[in-house]
Design a protein around this ligand. Structure first.
Ligand code: FEO
Length: 401
């Protein structure tokens, strides 16, 4: 049975949600599922904005047919070619062979790479700020390279103020009946997944996200329709501010994340003692993660949230215990910067993790390394508590500057 939602009188959400997929992009756990949003505008011309992942395509085609109500499909705007959105383009062309594909030149190349149908005869190629009048509405096209692929663009309805933002302003999480962000407790129930989605998927491309935000600031946006998660029509500035922070690598909170990689628990114990000492000093925002247990995507998102990061790791085969090395490489690959950092290391006979972690952190941009650190040999001893307390105090002092 079709399942559609009105966004406005003549704009419809016709996507679907997947609660069975374990790993988005075959890498990111999505315990709350994910939605693939597609939109249909019924104007003098009918305009489909993006399609959906193959997993929900059957429902999508039923939705499309229902809302079209026997009308033909005139245009498909292709904002993004990643298969979670483009997978059903071939099916659209098969069902509506006269449809015109509104896209940019890079998209044309990718369409030909992904599909075998005749692209050139169907393509309406657009450039920055080209417009398409569909009757009452006028659509303007704004290029958004690397948010999240090079061909990505966003589409702005200049009449209604609706921004079809592609991956931007999306989030993990299946839709649960309510389409609009103002109908759910977004800050508490959705924001962690929105942060994890953006920082992991587009975190590396902060400058490109900033470029899109700059372009968006010149538009009178009344509504944001992303390709994943709820539609925004209220409090849009609050969410844009979050994007501004994430993409400029600005901490959201004066807070401490302690991530540890511990083979038998002794390094984890030292991390817990540090957290306890920080709490004794009055620090309230402390998050502790065992990186062998928690998927790196969660820890990376927390690192984008917090101003202060402590990495505690055992030495393992002469290097950094692998789960911590993986995390640090992920943080570096995602361009994380502008943080105050500290390290704790463990090594029963030849501690090396601290030196190597410092080298990795030193290769990242604008990381301020605290002098205070802790080296334990096998387990934390009473006489070393003063070192842990000194590190806690250095973190606390730095948070107050
Ligand atoms: Fe949701 Fe980059 O695809």
């Amino acid at each position: 049975m079709y399942c559609v939602k009105n966004v406005t009188d003549d704009l419809f959400w016709i996507g679907g949600s997947d609660r069975r997929l374990a790993l988005f992009e075959n890498i990111y756990p999505i315990p709350r599922g994910v939605s693939y949003n597609a939109y249909l505008l019924l104007d003098e011309k009918t305009v489909l904005l993006d399609t959906v992942d193959a997993s929900v395509s059957e429902l999508f085609f039923e939705n499309l047919e229902h809302v079209l109500g026997g009308r033909k499909l005139d245009y498909l705007v292709v904002n993004h070619m990643e298969p979670d959105h483009c997978a059903s383009i071939g099916g659209v062309v098969l069902r509506y062979p006269d449809v015109k594909l509104v896209c940019n030149a890079k998209t044309v190349t990718m369409l030909k790479q992904f599909f075998d149908f005749d692209v050139d005869s169907r393509a309406v190629v657009v450039k920055e700020m080209d417009t398409l009048s569909t009757g009452k509405h006028t659509l303007a096209f704004v290029m958004a390279p690397m948010v999240h692929w090079p061909e990505a663009m966003v589409t702005f309805d200049t009449v209604d103020g609706t921004l079809f933002s592609a991956d931007a302003f999306g989030t993990f999480g299946a839709l649960n009946g309510n389409l609009f962000a103002d109908e759910v407790d977004f800050e508490h129930e959705w924001l962690p997944d929105a942060r994890r989605y953006l920082t992991n998927i587009v975190g590396k491309y902060g400058p490109q996200v900033q470029a899109v935000l700059k372009k968006a600031s010149g538009l009178d946006i009344k509504r944001i329709c992303p390709l994943h998660g709820p539609v925004w029509r209220e409090n849009i500035g609050w969410f844009i501010d979050k994007y501004d922070k994430w993409s400029s690598y600005t901490p959201e909170e004066n807070a401490v994340m302690i991530a540890y990689a511990s083979v038998y628990g002794n390094t984890g114990n030292a991390a817990d003692v540090l957290a306890s000492k920080l709490a004794d000093l009055g620090v309230k925002n402390i998050a502790v993660y065992d990186v062998s247990v928690t998927d790196p995507s969660y820890v990376l998102a927390e690192a984008f949230l917090c101003s202060h990061l402590v990495f505690a790791a055992s030495t393992y085969t002469g290097g950094i215990f692998t789960p911590m090395e993986t995390l640090l490489l992920e943080l570096k690959a995602h361009n994380l910067q502008n943080r105050t950092v500290a390290v704790m290391e463990n090594g029963t006979w030849a501690p090396m993790a601290g030196k190597l972690m410092k080298e990795l952190l030193g290769s990242m941009k604008n990381m301020s390394l605290l002098e205070q650190g802790v080296t334990i040999r096998s387990s934390l001893k009473e006489e070393q508590l003063s070192q842990v307390e000194a590190l806690a105090k250095a973190i606390k002092d730095s948070m107050e500057r």
